[in-house]
Write a protein that binds this ligand. Structure first.
Ligand SMILES: Cc1cc2nc3c(=O)[nH]c(=O)nc-3n(C[C@H](O)[C@H](O)[C@H](O)COP(=O)(O)O)c2cc1C
Length: 219
């Protein structure tokens, strides 16, 4: 494998000002639906691709940045929703700095979407509602894992899981107090469509008062 020889040509689509929605949320929903559908050139999206996976970047008060994948679980009230542990590394960073970015990569349609915004905790009611909709295994997993803390071994987690499975055998599993949603309110979007000769299309939306301004950026 030679990294310097790995390259793709991007010819699947184009993004023009005349075709883009005035509202970036409408544009995002269209692209998300198309990413889930797959491309005519490459067929439907395989089951194992999670089109709702996004890179969430957070930073602390000193400018240290960290990124990880989380799953988009809702697009409500024009906000992007994801769920996590409120004691995790990311949650600590969001507490010190609510500015975050989200990045979706959809290579099968040669698209990327970048979003900048601020994150705020969802209501307890919303978090509990979503927690209850999850499969029991995922509910137990959230209870077992003190996300981002050091654990002596995998065995410790498996033992905890068995104990909790027995404890809640025929009972409702409670949503942990330190687990729940975040909603990201967007203030900037960039829609990127790969093009020939690396002259990719980049259309950005930035907020001016209650208006969204669309601008093209050099690739
Ligand atoms: C495909 C995929 C989906 C994931 N979805 C989530 C998620 O929705 N919520 C979450 O807390 N972690 C999710 N993770 C795990 C995170 O990437 C990360 O390991 C975890 O949240 C701890 O991050 P932190 O220590 O920076 O807080 C996912 C990982 C992958 C690869």
């Amino acid at each position: 494998m030679s990294l310097d020889e790995m390259r793709q040509s991007y010819k699947l689509g184009r993004l023009e000002e005349k075709d883009i929605a005035a509202d970036p949320l409408v544009q995002f929903r269209t692209w998300l639906a198309e990413a889930i559908q797959g491309s005519p050139a490459q067929g439907p999206l395989p089951d194992w691709v999670e089109a709702n996976a996004m890179t969430l970047s957070t930073s602390d008060g000193q400018g240290r940045v960290s990124s990880r994948i989380v799953l988009l679980k809702g697009l409500e009230d024009d906000q992007f929703w994801f769920y996590t542990n409120y004691q995790s590394h990311k949650a600590g960073q969001i507490r010190s700095n609510p500015n975050v970015s989200l990045c979706f990569l959809w290579p099968h349609v040669q698209r990327q979407v970048r979003i900048e915004g601020t994150a705020a905790q969802a209501s307890r009611e919303q978090s509990v509602r979503y927690f209850r909709s999850r499969p029991r295994d995922s509910q137990l997993g959230a209870l077992v894992s003190q996300q981002s803390t050091v654990v002596d071994s995998r065995g410790v987690l498996e033992k905890r899981l068995e104990e909790l499975k027995n404890r809640y055998a025929d009972k409702e599993i409670p949503c942990p107090d330190d687990w729940g949603g975040y909603r990201v309110s967007p203030s900037r979007f960039e829609f990127w469509q790969g093009r020939d000769s690396r002259l990719h299309d980049r259309l950005c939306y930035r907020q001016q008062g209650s208006q969204w301004i669309v601008e093209r950026l050099c690739p």
